[in-house]
Write a protein that binds this ligand. Structure first.
Ligand code: PAF
Length: 270
C-alpha cells in the first residue's frame, strides 16, 4: 500500500478507474464497508485520511477528534487499499484565504442551521480531494444523509467527472449507527443513545402498519427519544423538502440528538 502525503505523490500513482473513500480517519466497520464496495467496483482504491479544519465550528471537536493514524493505516492495508492520502493542513490549504463554496439554498436547514459553515468546509475539502485523486467513483455513507445529498448535487451541478455513490449505514449489534464520535460516549450515554435506533425502528414499524402521516410518525419517535435532547426529527423527501406524508422510496426521517455533549446523527430511508 502506498502512502501519499503530497499531490505529487498521488500523481506518480498513475492509476485509472480509481474508487475513492474520503475519510477523517478513526476508521470503523462503516468505513471498511465503503472500502469493500470501492474494491469490488474499481481497479484501484484510494482512501484519504484528513481531519478537515474548515468543516469544524469554533466550539466543535476539531482538536479532540480521534487521530489513530497507525491503526487506520493498518486497517487500510488489511482491507487491500492501494493508496492512502494523508495530507497536512498546509498542503490542502496553501493560501491564507481559500476559495469557498456554499451548498444550494434548497439543501440547507438541519445540520446547516446547527453547524454554520460546516457544509462549505465539506464541499471545499471534497472538491480539492476529487481534483487531486481524480476518482471515477467516490463512496459516502448514508448516515450523513444531508452531506451525501449536497455532495451529489455538487458533482452534478459542477459537472464533476465522478459518480458519488451512497452506501448503507452500518450499525453495531445493539443498533447504534457506527460513527467515529461514538467513542466520546460513556457506557451510560451509549445506553441512552440506543433510544435513537429504537425510535427510528418504531417509526419504521408504524409506517409498515400503514401510518404515513408525518406528524403521527414523528410523535411516536419523539416518545421513544424522551428525555434526550432532540435537535431535529423531521420527515423530508430526498431533495430535503418537508413532507406531510411519506412518499414511498422518496422519503427520509432525519434526526440529530445530543447525548451529553456528543451530537449523534441518524436517519431512516423510506
Ligand atoms: O464524512 C466525512 O468523514 C467528512 O465530512 C468528509 C466527507 C471526509 C470530508 O472531510
Amino acid at each position: 500500500m502506498q502512502i501519499c502525503k503530497t499531490p505529487a505523490d498521488l500523481k506518480v500513482l498513475n492509476a485509472q478507474n480509481i474508487g475513492f473513500v474520503p475519510t477523517m480517519g478513526a476508521l470503523h466497520a462503516g468505513h471498511l464497508s465503503l472500502i469493500e464496495r470501492a474494491k469490488a467496483e474499481n481497479a484501484f482504491v484510494v482512501v484519504s485520511i484528513f481531519v478537515n479544519p474548515t468543516q469544524f465550528g469554533m466550539n466543535e471537536d476539531f482538536s479532540q477528534y480521534p487521530r489513530p493514524l497507525e491503526k487506520d493505516l493498518d486497517l487500510c492495508a488489511k482491507a487491500g487499499v492501494n493508496a492512502v492520502f494523508t495530507p497536512q493542513v498546509q498542503t490542502l490549504y496553501p493560501f491564507k484565504e481559500a476559495i469557498s463554496l456554499n451548498p444550494p439554498k434548497d439543501l440547507l436547514g438541519f445540520e446547516a442551521d446547527l453547524r454554520p459553515g460546516h457544509f462549505s468546509g465539506v464541499l471545499q475539502v471534497v472538491l480539492k480531494l476529487f481534483n487531486l485523486v481524480r476518482p471515477t467513483k467516490a463512496y459516502f455513507g448514508q448516515k450523513d444523509a444531508q452531506q451525501l445529498l449536497i455532495l451529489q448535487r455538487m458533482a452534478n451541478d459542477l459537472f464533476l467527472p465522478v459518480e458519488v455513490i451512497a452506501c448503507p449505514t452500518l450499525r453495531d449489534s445493539d443498533g447504534l449507527a457506527l460513527s467515529s464520535r461514538n467513542t466520546y460516549l460513556s457506557p451510560e450515554q451509549r445506553e441512552l443513545a440506543l433510544k435513537i435506533p429504537k425510535a427510528l425502528n418504531t417509526i419504521k414499524e408504524a409506517y409498515e402498519t400503514g401510518i404515513t402521516q408525518g406528524t403521527n410518525l414523528l410523535a411516536l419517535g419523539q416518545e421513544v427519544l424522551s428525555p434526550l435532547e432532540v435537535q431535529y426529527l423531521a420527515l423530508v423527501n430526498r431533495q430535503l423538502q418537508p413532507l406531510e406524508r411519506v412518499e414511498p422510496n422518496n422519503s427520509l426521517i432525519l434526526t440529530a440528538i445530543k447525548v451529553g455533549t456528543t451530537r449523534l446523527l441518524d436517519n431512516l430511508w423510506l
